[in-house]
Ligand binder design. Sequence first.
Ligand code: NI
Length: 177
Amino acid sequence: MAVRAVLRMGDPRLLEPSRPVERFDTPELHALIADMDDTMKALNGAGLAAPQIGVGLQVAVFGVAFNPRYPDAEPVPYTILINPLLTPVGNQMEEGWEGCLSVPGMRGLVPRYRSLRYQGCDQFGKAIDRSVTGFHARVVQHECDHLAGILYPMRIRDLRNFGYNEELFPGEDVIEE
Ligand code: NI
């Protein structure tokens, strides 16, 4: 389909809560997902939420294949997640570095629930119900935050842990989502 422009922090559309999808398996929904997929892949992202391309619907795509350049990033299955509901499992939080295609070139240390259950459905309306931990749980929380109008810098506890990739991690490749 098409690689779309990704909105950057400062664009007010990134701060608006998204609406639930009401009709599944429609040409419009498939076209949106194809564009999101093309955009995420073109930018080497780990995930993308519809508001990042200016569409205020509760749709996120994410997935991380094992990549030897990111040995710490556990693989996350490719997933299209619509109308998600997150339920933390326990209240353990952990800090981890995140980047975002809407905050390019930067990274911040963000607290997230270590374990959670997520429910929702795919583009055909088929139910998704998973319990996950660690990096997978982090990616889901990051994407679902986009659907609520929240960008990761808003969750950083200590802004000394926010900066440019090249300064924080010289010479390293980083993942944005
Ligand atoms: Ni993001």
